[in-house]
Design a protein around this ligand. Structure first.
Ligand code: PLP
Length: 376
């Protein structure tokens, strides 16, 4: 049996006509950059996330970058984030010339630990504390970070909060949607995300009039009015084609999320029936986990298991094999193995299983059967 990690062709088959109609319209109009389709998507995403504004941008990575630029983050600033995330989270900090200050994760949810953020800040002297600019929590795998204590810490020390919600569109913390707690919420429309475009794209949510305006100016090279620049921005524009495609898909997102949640429940039953208690399944702590990934943590032989499943035709992935504090490009931060033990443990022992909406119960049974066979 073949079980891919993600089957975007199956999803496309269900929306082909609608997508073709809207893309055809845009081809005929020859209006490709920003414009009415982007405006419409921005209104819809703001609505969906229950945020005041949203600003379409060129990717999830650029969403992070433009927020850091809006915040005037640069050399001399430090920004707190997690070492266990996709590279862009910390990469964007380094790109504006600021310094990432890593804080370890919680071992059950893989999200940044608020207690450890507080410990870190408490341990800094006054000079180091005055350099702190922001916190970037990541809603990893589709589950919100512990936003209440994170916001409390941010308020206490006067820090901005930029949520990396690239994996978390529609996720909720105590009933509130991801991307609406901090100053900014950053989302990605990379094709493999829960709400994916047919190329690169992203969006930033904010509840602030000023941030909204500044993001819109930075998105077009800091131009306001056209060809007058009092800020240096970049080309962070979203395409009309991507916006229109994402708008079609947004209507189906809640249905797809329910299917992912159902698949997660099916896995839980299958693992319990198989007696695989030694494997840690995702720990749901927040009110709406959207399962961008279904992550298992195994006690031993992760890489051999990965090979075994791949040989059986099952698409699996490791998110992420090397935590960011041990990446070569961050050697200048002078970290060593052992600095963030829970991130290192997760990097060594976790595996993502297929969880996409169109996955069948039969395919899931096959996946769990192969895992059981491996440990037998
Ligand atoms: C995907 C992702 C990004 C980057 O998004 P792109 O659209 O690929 O640039 C940033 N952060 C996290 C946590 C992601 O998963």
């Amino acid at each position: 049996m073949n079980v891919p990690l993600l089957d975007l062709k199956a999803q496309y088959a269900t929306i082909r006509e609608e997508i073709q109609q809207v893309t055809q319209e845009i081809f005929e109009s020859q209006y490709f950059i920003l414009g009415p389709h982007v405006d419409e998507l921005e209104a819809q995403v703001a609505d969906y996330c229950i945020a005041k504004y949203s600003v379409g941008v060129s990717s999830g990575s650029d969403a992070l970058l433009i927020c850091l630029m809006a915040a005037d983050a640069g050399s001399g600033d430090t920004i707190i984030t997690t070492p266990y995330t996709f590279f862009a989270t910390a990469g964007s900090i380094a790109r504006v010339g600021a310094r990432p200050l890593f804080v370890d994760i919680e071992p059950d949810t893989y999200n940044i630990s608020p207690d450890k953020i507080e410990q870190l800040i408490s341990s800094l002297d006054a000079a180091a504390r005055s350099k702190l600019k922001a916190i970037i929590p990541v809603h990893l795998y589709g589950q919100c970070a512990e936003m209440a204590p994170i916001m409390e810490i941010a308020e206490k020390y006067g820090l901005l909060v930029i949520e990396d919600a690239a994996q978390g569109i529609g996720a909720e913390y105590r009933g509130q949607r991801a991307g609406t707690f901090g100053d900014f919420g950053c989302f990605s429309f990379f094709p493999s995300k829960n709400l994916g475009a047919f190329g690169d794209g992203g969006i930033v949510t904010t509840n602030s009039d000023e941030w909204n305006q500044k993001l819109r100016i930075l998105r077009v090279h800091g131009s306001q009015p056209k060809y007058y620049h009092h800020l240096i921005g970049g080309n962070f524009r979203l395409d009309a084609l991507q916006a229109a495609i994402v708008a079609v898909k947004l209507k189906y997102l809640d249905g797809w999320t329910r299917a992912r949640q159902k698949n997660a429940a099916v896995y839980r039953t299958l693992f319990a029936d198989a007696g695989l208690e030694q494997i840690q399944l995702p720990v749901e702590k927040q009110s709406r986990h959207i399962y961008n990934q279904f992550i298992i943590k195994v006690p031993e032989k992760r890489d051999a298991l990965r090979q075994h499943l791949q040989d059986a035709g099952i698409g699996i992935e490791v998110y992420y094999p090397v935590p960011l504090h041990l990446q070569q490009c961050f050697a200048y931060l002078a970290h060593a193995k052992g600095d963030f033990p829970f991130s290192e443990e997760a990097a060594q022992h976790t595996l993502a299983l297929p969880i996409y909406p169109e996955l069948t119960a039969e395919q899931q049974a096959y996946v769990v059967e192969k895992i059981k066979a491996f440990y037998a």
